[in-house]
Design a binder for this molecule. Structure first.
Ligand code: DX5
Ligand code: ZN
Length: 218
């Protein structure tokens, strides 16, 4: 049975009160999604090691670090040291993720590989057995709070068929514009790890927002 995992993106949290924002949802989510942006791969800068390290002091949740960076491989040891547990790199940067997978294994990180909305799913299909997670972006990476791009769903369907037909446990994650309103659609397409930034942390009641997402698939 496929398990729904909710990964709230802290990018949408109140940074003046980050510890409290995370503590509020910690018991109802499966991991924290940490958007690391470098100003090169995407036109934005966000957060890195100091924030990951600080959050690790207050929670044991897995940290799903989404590396929107052109030199992700250089940071794997520091990320692991800071308390990351998983890193996802982009297929647009690493056409062959083998060196990333090897380096990550050395430092105890699991790996995912992501495709932007315009990148064909074929870019990550060959690695379904080698990684822990396949990420389909449903917005252009770089900013939170964007509108969900529905046309990426066939890529999720393709990956779900591939993973299930081979009996793999590889997670299929979707990221960007996810909310209780489209949870059912992305789950039915085959995603099981749902990233939600603004739908959780900008909600009046983040815990209720997560509950609504879980209820949407029952
Ligand atoms: C976009 C990031 C997303 C983003 C999601 O580049 O990768 O994780 O924070 O935020 P929402 O859910 O608000 O689209
Ligand atoms: Zn992300």
């Amino acid at each position: 049975m496929r398990e729904l995992k909710i990964a709230p993106s802290i990018l949408a949290a109140d940074f003046t009160n980050l510890g409290a924002a995370v503590a509020e949802v910690a018991d109802v989510v499966d991991m924290l999604h940490v958007d690391v942006m470098d100003g090169h791969f995407v036109p934005n800068l966000t957060i890195g090691m100091p924030v990951i390290k600080a959050l690790r002091r207050i929670t044991d949740l897995p940290f799903d670090c989404h590396l929107m960076t052109t030199n992700a491989i250089d940071y794997l040891p520091d990320l692991a040291e800071a308390g990351a547990t998983h890193v996802t790199v982009h297929a647009e940067v690493y056409q062959n993720p083998a060196p990333v997978i090897a380096r990550a294994a050395d430092v105890g990180l699991t790996v995912g590989i992501a495709v932007n909305p315009v990148t064909p799913v074929e870019a990550i299909e060959p690695f379904a057995e080698d990684v822990a997670m396949l990420l389909v972006m449903s917005v252009e990476p770089g900013f939170g709070g964007q509108r969900f791009i529905e046309t990426v769903l066939p890529k999720v369907e393709t990956l779900r068929k591939l993973v299930d037909s081979r009996g793999l446990e590889t997670d299929i994650e979707i990221d960007g514009g996810i909310s209780p309103a489209n949870t059912r659609r992305v789950w039915d397409a085959g995603a099981n790890v749902l990233v939600a930034g603004s739908a959780v942390f900008a909600a009046d009641d983040p815990v209720a927002a997560v509950a609504k997402m879980r209820a949407a698939i029952t």
